[in-house]
Design a protein around this ligand. Structure first.
Ligand code: DX5
Ligand code: ZN
Length: 229
């Protein structure tokens, strides 16, 4: 397998989350964000155990892979994610993110994702001690900081998030490695500037883009709040 996910490039990446897209017209929504200049497509996978909601499986990733050239940023909100690494890689994920809090060997999962030939991310929930990331910091390509408790789109940005992002930015800089710092949950034109100032360089947005009256305008507003760093 190969990954289309770019290396950290000093620019802000915007990743619309299709959790908030209209699945009946998914193609139209994907084309819309492609044309609006989205960098990646964020795909939320939920198992009803790690989070109290269900969403998609590898089949959706496989369908997207054939139809879009955007890198597929797949966020696994599942218990024991190791079971699903190969199916999602075969389906066409360019990057797989597992949760540090999932009941699994996260260090082993990161190594397995790399063995499968794609990039690896690790995510933390809002109340997880960021120092726990030290076990994976020398291996990961991306750290995903949740700015809401995962499970649902359309929640409000938690005010504790900027501090957590700053702490993760400090850890990344101290590692001396190029690691994306992605943020997810409650990101919109108002919160984008705050998270970038705190150190984020990849922004996931679901409701703010797909539920807007004009998704192209909404994506551009997030970009404008998020000038190149
Ligand atoms: C939440 C998901 C998010 C979600 C974000 O658990 O991980 O990716 O789609 O949605 P918004 O941007 O609406 O908060
Ligand atoms: Zn997500």
């Amino acid at each position: 397998m190969t990954s289309k996910m770019p290396a950290v490039n000093g620019r802000i990446s915007v990743a619309p989350s299709i959790l908030s897209a209209d699945l009946f017209r998914l193609e139209k929504d994907v084309r819309c964000v492609e044309q609006a200049g989205a960098d990646w497509l964020h795909v939320d996978i939920m198992d009803g155990h790690f989070v109290p909601n269900l969403s998609f499986g590898p089949a959706l990733v496989s369908s997207l892979k054939g139809q879009t050239t955007l890198p597929l940023d797949v966020h696994l909100m599942v218990e024991k994610p190791t079971r699903f690494l190969e199916p999602f890689t075969k389906a066409g994920a360019d990057l797989l993110t597992v949760h540090l809090e999932s009941a699994d060997d996260v260090v082993g999962a990161v190594k397995e994702i790399h063995r499968l030939g794609i990039q690896a991310g690790v995510s933390i929930k809002p109340d997880t001690d960021p120092q726990r990331l030290s076990s994976v910091i020398n291996d990961v390509d991306l750290i995903l900081v949740m700015c809401v408790y995962p499970g649902f789109g359309g929640q409000s940005f938690l005010p504790s998030s900027p501090r957590l992002i700053e702490q993760v930015r400090t850890l990344i800089n101290a590692s001396g490695r190029k690691i994306w710092l992605e943020v997810d949950g409650g990101i919109n034109a108002q919160t984008a500037g705050t998270v970038i100032k705190a150190g984020a360089d990849a922004l996931v947005a679901g409701h703010a883009i797909f539920r807007a009256a004009d998704p192209v305008r909404a994506l551009n507003q997030i970009r404008q709040a998020a000038p190149d760093i």
